[in-house]
Write a protein that binds this ligand. Structure first.
Ligand SMILES: [Fe+2]
Length: 185
């Protein structure tokens, strides 16, 4: 049986409303794993005729969670970062994404000196989704041609986030947001 973007958004809305904490976000992750293997969704949203880049394909008018579709035009390794007050679910549709999770061990919270410790590494393969809850620091690495969906708790363009430089031992506020929104372009 098929599972559409509309069904995913409806199920996720219900899950997050009934379970506002970690449990509801993990249900969103499980819902996304169903969407990632739906052939119609993949063909219409992450198919061969899509341009490389990122597109916001849904923003919930009440709960504010966002669904974004990515088609990687190049290999990319992101520095460790958080999503501020937002959680995020990454779900793989094609190729893979290697994930690293860190904890901050310097006792700080904001920008400035920051020391990270790697605590977990895993790979997302097609059909798999991973949850990074509020404040969890992560880095992602994917090859050109990777296709994935990211669900964020809210529009990250409006969330103050941190990017870490592990070698320099610093954290800075991310200024270059730039996730395009069709209604705000
Ligand atoms: Fe992220």
């Amino acid at each position: 049986m098929g599972y559409s973007l509309e069904q995913f958004c409806q199920d996720t809305r219900e899950a997050l409303t009934a379970n506002p904490g970690h449990e509801g976000r993990d249900m969103a992750r499980a819902n996304l794993e169903k969407l990632l293997v739906d052939p119609d969704f993949l063909a219409s949203t992450l198919g061969d005729d899509q341009e490389p880049g990122v597109e916001t394909i849904y923003e919930d008018p009440d709960l504010k969670f966002c669904v974004l579709a990515y088609l990687a035009g190049a290999d990319r390794t992101s520095p460790p970062h958080d999503h501020g007050v937002s959680w995020a679910v990454y779900g793989q549709a094609e190729k893979h994404t290697d994930m690293q999770m860190y904890q901050r061990v310097d006792g700080g919270a904001g920008a400035g000196e920051a020391k990270l410790e790697l605590i977990k590494e895993f790979r997302l393969n097609p059909g798999q989704a991973g949850l990074f809850d509020v404040g969890e620091i992560h880095a992602i690495d994917h090859p050109k041609g990777a296709r994935f969906v990211r669900v964020t708790g809210e529009d990250l363009n409006h969330v103050e986030r941190l990017r870490f430089d592990a070698e320099a031992g610093t954290a800075e506020v991310i200024e270059d947001q730039g996730v395009p929104h069709p209604d705000k372009a």
